[in-house]
Design a protein around this ligand. Structure first.
Ligand SMILES: [Fe+2]
Ligand SMILES: [Fe+2]
Length: 228
């Protein structure tokens, strides 16, 4: 007896906008008035000495923190301590965006073909994956905007920009296998991307890791379908 396909999953992802509003001031319980009393002195040093902890300058010196935030303010969410080459990250994100779009298109085609050849259970899984790949594309496009780039939705060259391939397919097993290959390509590229981002861009890294987790789930779904 085959299981009913999942129609809807709860894959709420925390976007950058969901992060807590508390900044260093709130977190440490400091108020505006603290600045005038401690101008020129490293803030929080006494607390740090107590436990012999070396805090980063940006956490102990509010005037430095505020000065840095004002510098290159037109860069929006990208602050001067962003140590990666922003254009490289945006370029990699655009490749990931192309991958998600190609995967959406492939799953859409496979949904309709599978449905026609009475593979309705498989078709439902393809349809669900298509929805989730498109949601990934939106997350990536949003992050490209935050980094000051422009998401590339140009259909010209889409297949070349994508890591995964667009495979047409007419046979159910072929379509399942090719989708599994595409998911494995996405898994490898996202894992490498997350490692590259490391601690230098934790927001993009967390987003990529959350997408990676779902690609692994997709691969697992397809592996189950291959065994049916
Ligand atoms: Fe995806
Ligand atoms: Fe996927």
């Amino acid at each position: 007896m085959k299981q009913e396909p999942r129609v809807k999953r709860d894959h709420k992802q925390k976007g950058p906008k969901d992060r807590p509003a508390a900044g260093p001031d709130k977190a440490k319980g400091h108020h505006e008035s603290d600045v005038s009393h401690h101008q020129g002195k490293p803030m929080g040093r006494a607390k740090a000495d107590k436990k012999h902890v070396d805090l980063p300058a940006l956490l102990t010196d509010k005037s430095l923190l505020r000065k840095m935030a004002r510098k290159e303010v037109d860069d929006g969410a990208v602050t001067p301590d962003y140590s990666l080459d922003k254009d490289v990250v945006i370029g990699l994100l655009n490749e990931s965006l192309a991958t998600e779009l190609v995967c959406t298109l492939r799953y859409k085609r496979h949904y309709y073909v599978a449905n026609r050849i009475k593979g309705r259970y498989v078709a439902a899984e393809f349809a669900q994956h298509a929805i989730e790949e498109l949601a990934h594309a939106d997350l990536i496009a949003e992050r490209i905007m935050q980094l000051g780039g422009t998401p590339d939705f140009n259909p010209v060259g889409l297949a070349e920009r994508s890591h995964a391939e667009y495979f047409e397919g007419t046979d159910l097993q072929d379509m399942i296998r090719e989708n599994l290959v595409a998911e494995r390509i996405a898994i490898e590229s996202y894992r490498a991307f997350a490692q590259f981002l490391g601690e230098a861009d934790p927001t993009t890294r967390r987003m990529i890791e959350s997408i990676l987790a779902m690609e692994e789930e997709h691969a697992d779904d397809l592996t189950d379908l291959m065994e049916d």
